[in-house]
Design a protein around this ligand. Structure first.
Ligand code: CDP
Length: 806
């Protein structure tokens, strides 16, 4: 080896493969304002569409008069449900097996529901046109309280379902009932409660909230009448699924539909579903023969596109006096709004809520979920969450704290006592999941040591004594949360969307000079896939990540994928990438054997190429093998170096984490101060630690927002009272606490590179840590459970209710 020969470390470093804090390659264009978002797209002759929306939560639509609107300069058309009926598109199927009005058909069922679509030469003209459309409404009683939805005299939300006592998920019990879903062993669980030494029961609500991506939902539709082809650029988290849905409902052959998701400014579940704006823009383009753009504003986004959560969970735990859990029973009242438009895999009407046993070894459990209709916006999306996992984690983590309080045990100690042990993995939960891997005790103990948990409790005791003596008006809370997620939907045996198995895909094509392109079925909305997917390939085939271009989002070029949400990209698409890379490597090995004139089995992999075992100087780099693939392949072998993988995961992955929040609350004002927030995550093999940290920071900020104030709230008439960022809590850098992050690594045994997802974890684990901190602060004053969100006013009210103002 001469001085110029790179060392092994230098060769490794050059790849910037897995484990490297590679800088995000996409940020070069984002930070210079050179991203390419839907609203940047301007096609010749493009028109703009905008919605007339309902001011009422529930009303009969008596008439729609568009005469004056059509006189507004620039307004070309006003589309209503009657127009859509001529092309059989007045209603559309939802992902949950229900149907949803595209435009109000006879009634409106929630405030800001789409009533008519005004098409004009520019957006301002469309807005002027909206103001001139006269809609005559006959108000009907709204239904806002989910607990009254199944009263005998509750208003009928869905008249179209009259007489249909069976829905997509089985029998319906009432005119406002969507479905009942149960899982677990009821008799065994009832028996555990009958002989329980200790039990708790609490109604734990996870309020309605909404993702807030920087960019709202939008699209441009362009129908080419000559070719019969429809091109749709849109903010789609799952572009291929959108293509299939459009083919099914618009009856356009799928190969004549081109769906392109360009750069997307955040998704968080908001951009999974199909919205009326997409259908109306497509119909308007077909009718006018011109491209039509639809871009929603912030108020429309918050009030009319898919909401998240709204789960009301009556939760019971049975336990021994020593604090060993013996049974879990949960009943959920799930408020679905006016249509069941949940974005869950087909067979899972309550998503993966049956992960609700969490990180604990429950011998038995039983869950029942009743979905109901109310006069609120539809949705039920996985807002930085894997299909109701966030609700489940909040439910069990609050309940464990309530049990600890009843047992007068420390909440961390109770968790340690009930954790699934490392040697129990793969672990079969009482509600049917097989957890792949975990080491909860190690993670929890690492967290407790890092924050000096015992010291925090001593400090809290001293603070409480001082409060009782009247020396301070501040109370202190220590919120512990330990979560287990289930991400990577999913194995085809469990998961499909519209009957399509939830696999994911990657195609890699290596060029002669040793550079290549990887096209992937996932679609980044800011998660950095262009950076991390290249890192997987770099490690697998020894080509520097900088030499791999990653492309996603164009259904004409990317292999079919089920999209990016619920942290499924790394577990599913990430695995497909590794498998495609391994196919490339396998072919390269045959070429290497031919070139080095040895048997394939005599070769071994060495960072960036193959070498002959025992003769390290006889080697060939992957870069050279790319060249060889185009000019000197073994006789009988096809030239070229490319591979495709469609990966159907054998199981989901189960990331976990230990979080702690230290908070003080001033009882006289309700003002809280986050003193410390520590988050330990275990997402198996870490591809890019810097991106993981960014994911955790972002997820924790959303968790902070949700737990401490963010809420879609309605008044008694069904008006949304938090429909803009004036009222909907959106933390900026000023309010956001400082995050301390940490990790352990427990690889997934079934994933090709051992990686689990991470994007959702901080939201899943963060919310209970904040809420447990607030509840822990108030617990010594006699409180058991205070509902979220914990804004200043609610904290003050809680203090008042607990009698701290003499
Ligand atoms: O599906 P989504 O991309 O939202 O979530 P994810 O699979 O958790 O990945 C989020 C980002 O974190 C991606 O850029 C991943 O490559 C990265 N990540 C990582 O570097 N290592 C992991 N073990 C998991 C995710």
């Amino acid at each position: 080896m001469n001085d110029m020969t790179p060392t092994r470390e230098q060769r490794e470093a050059k790849l910037e493969g897995m484990g490297c804090k590679r800088k995000r390659v996409e940020d070069i264009r984002f930070t210079q304002g050179k991203g390419n978002y839907v609203d940047d797209l301007k096609l010749p002759g493009m028109l703009h569409g905008d919605f007339v929306r309902s001011p009422h939560a529930h009303a009969r639509v008596k008439s729609i008069d568009d005469k004056e609107a059509l006189k507004v300069p620039g307004v070309l058309a006003v589309i209503t449900a009657e127009t859509l009926k001529t092309v059989n598109l007045a209603w559309m199927p939802t992902l949950a097996g229900d149907v949803q009005m595209v435009l109000a058909d006879g009634k409106v069922l929630f405030q800001n529901q789409e009533v008519a679509f005004v098409v004009a030469t520019d957006r301002y003209a469309a807005d002027d046109g909206i103001n001139k459309v006269v809609v005559e409404y006959e108000p009907l009683p709204p239904l806002i309280d989910p607990f009254k939805a199944m009263d005998a005299d509750a208003p009928v939300v869905r008249e179209d379902l009259a007489g249909k006592m069976t829905g997509a998920h089985g029998p319906r019990k009432h005119h406002n009932h969507v479905f009942e879903w149960t899982i677990g062993d009821k008799d065994l669980t009832d028996a555990a409660f009958n002989k329980a030494e200790v039990s708790i029961k609490e109604m734990i609500s996870y309020h309605r909230t909404h993702p807030s991506p920087l960019e709202t939902c939008q699209c441009v539709c362009s129908f080419d009448k000559i070719r019969g082809e429809l091109s749709i650029w849109g903010t789609f988290q799952a572009p291929h699924v959108i293509r299939t849905v459009v083919a099914l409902i618009a009856k356009i052959p799928e190969h004549k539909i081109h769906v392109i998701s360009p750069d997307i400014g955040g998704g968080f579940g908001n951009k999974v579903g199909a919205y009326p704006g997409y259908i109306c823009a497509a119909v308007a383009s077909i009718v006018t023969g011109k491209p039509v753009k639809w871009v929603e504003d912030r108020i429309e986004n918050l009030t009319a596109t898919s909401f998240a959560r709204d789960y009301h969970m009556t939760t019971e735990i049975a336990a021994t006096k020593e604090g060993k859990v013996t049974g879990l029973r949960v009943h959920v009242l799930a408020d679905h709004g006016a249509f069941d438009a949940c974005a869950d895999p087909s067979k899972w009407p309550a998503g993966f809520f049956n992960i609700v046993t969490g990180s604990y070894d429950f011998p038995t459990a039983y869950v029942g979920v009743d979905g109901i209709y109310t006069t609120k916006a539809p949705g039920g999306v996985a807002y930085r969450c894997s299909f109701r996992v966030t609700e489940a984690a909040y439910c069990i983590e609050r309940a464990m704290d309530i049990l600890a309080q009843k047992l007068k045990m420390d909440p961390a100690e109770l968790r340690l006592k009930n954790f699934i042990k490392a040697e129990q993995f793969p672990y079969h939960s009482a509600l049917g999941w097989e957890y792949d891997s975990g080491d909860y005790h190690t993670a929890m103990k690492k967290m407790m040591e890092a924050v000096d948990y015992a010291g925090l409790r001593r400090q809290q005791t001293a603070q409480r004594e001082a409060f009782k003596r009247g020396e301070t008006r501040e109370i202190m809370g220590v919120g512990v949360s330990f979560f287990t997620e289930i991400v990577g939907a999913g194995p085809s045996k469990n998961c499909d969307i519209l009957g399509i198995a939830m696999f994911d895909s990657c195609e890699i094509r290596m060029h002669p000079t040793g550079a290549g392109i990887a096209r992937v079925g996932s679609k980044s909305q800011g998660q950095g896939h262009e950076t991390t997917w290249a890192q997987i390939i770099a490690t697998e085939i020894g080509i520097p990540a900088d030499d791999i271009m990653v492309e996603e989002g164009n259904t004409d070029t990317a292999p079919y994928g089920l999209g990016t949400y619920g942290s499924r990209s790394t577990p599913v698409a990430g695995a497909a990438i590794a498998m495609a890379a391994r196919k490339i490597k396998a072919k390269a090995q045959m070429i290497a054997a031919y070139k080095l004139e040895v048997h394939e089995g005599d070769l071994e992999w060495d960072i960036d190429g193959f070498r002959v075992k025992g003769l390290p100087e006889k080697s060939i780099s992957m870069k050279d093998l790319c060249w060889a693939a185009y000019n000197s392949v073994p006789p009988g072998m096809e030239p070229g170096l490319e591979a495709v993988s469609y990966y159907d995961p054998p199981n989901m992955t189960y990331p976990f984490g230990a979080y702690i929040c230290v908070m003080t609350i001033d009882v006289d004002t309700g003002v809280y101060t986050i003193k410390r927030f520590y988050a330990l995550d275990d997402c198996g093999t870490r591809i890019n630690p810097m991106i993981i940290e960014g994911q955790v920071h972002g997820g924790l900020t959303e968790a902070f927002a949700i737990a401490m104030g963010q809420e879609i709230r309605y008044d008694d008439e069904g008006n949304v009272v938090t429909g803009s960022f004036m009222d909907f809590f959106m933390p900026t850098a000023v309010e956001t606490p400082h995050w301390e992050t940490d990790f352990t690594v427990t690889p997934s045994p079934h994933h090709p590179i051992g990686a689990k997802g991470v994007g959702e974890s901080p939201n899943v684990g963060g919310v209970p840590a904040f809420s447990n901190a607030v509840n822990d602060a108030f617990s010594f004053l006699g409180s058991t459970h205070i509902q979220m969100p914990h804004d200043y006013w609610r904290n003050w009210r809680a203090a008042k209710n607990l009698g701290v103002f003499a």
